[in-house]
Design a binder for this molecule. Structure first.
Ligand SMILES: [Ca+2]
Ligand SMILES: [Ca+2]
Length: 230
């Protein structure tokens, strides 16, 4: 009976509305942790030559044509479910025949190939583009080859060309990863990248830009990431 009276005494009427005093509401406070809402997304990705797509650290799709394929210019459309805040990670790889970084080795076309990737991610329900690759994304280069581009004319590039490969940073595709030391992705024009095949089949949002590290030719494996807070 005492408790009921105490609670009643703490209630005040303000402008006709019944309000609990702060003392009463804090005494009865209940913390409710809402489960983050699962949202359906759809991603369009085109890569010269290969990619893997991560959402909140989880692999949600990858290029169906292996990186061992010399000419691979297909686009992929990937559906996945994830929650906000949404951290998107892309592994982007340019094809190289071996560690030299070259392609068409031993043929008259022996050359240093180039990369390039574009992606847009929409909410399935609203169709709204929630993120798309641009210079607002961060990039980190894992593999560079050749480090000595003059080796492109060598008759034995596999021994003459030098390369550099870093470890993939742990947790690079998760929300908590500190990417302050990463560089802004570099935007390229369709002409720079030489877009073809699958690129032409997707209706790209104007916000979706072709990106890579600052070196479209010599950097062959690049990580890209962004965070979308909703
Ligand atoms: Ca390429
Ligand atoms: Ca290359």
């Amino acid at each position: 009976m005492k408790i009921i009276l105490a609670s009643f005494a703490a209630m005040v009427v303000t402008s006709g509305a019944l309000t609990l005093s702060s003392q009463t509401s804090s005494a009865h406070a209940v913390t409710i942790t809402a489960k983050p809402k699962q949202i359906e997304f759809i991603a369009d990705v085109w890569a010269d030559n290969w990619f893997a797509l991560y959402a909140n650290g989880k692999l949600v799709g990858e290029d169906s044509v292996p990186i061992t394929t010399e000419r691979s210019f297909n686009a992929e459309t990937i559906k996945f479910t994830a929650t906000y805040p949404l951290t998107i990670g892309l592994v982007a790889k340019d094809f190289t025949q071996d560690a030299s970084g070259l392609e068409y080795i031993g043929s008259p076309r022996q050359q240093i190939g180039d990369g390039g990737i574009v992606a847009q991610i929409k909410e399935v329900k609203s169709g709204k583009v929630v993120t798309a690759t641009s210079s607002t994304w961060k990039s980190f280069t894992i593999n560079t080859a050749p480090l000595n581009p003059t080796c492109v004319t060598s008759s034995k590039p596999s021994t003459d060309c030098q390369s550099s490969t870093l470890n993939v940073p742990t947790g690079w595709n998760t929300a908590s990863f500190k990417d302050a030391s990463w560089k802004s992705a570099t935007q390229y024009s369709p002409q720079d990248v030489g877009v073809k095949d699958g690129y032409l089949t997707i209706n790209w949002s104007p916000s979706a830009k072709l990106v890579w590290s600052s070196d479209l030719k010599l950097d062959n494996t690049v990580l890209l990431r962004t965070k979308v807070s909703k």
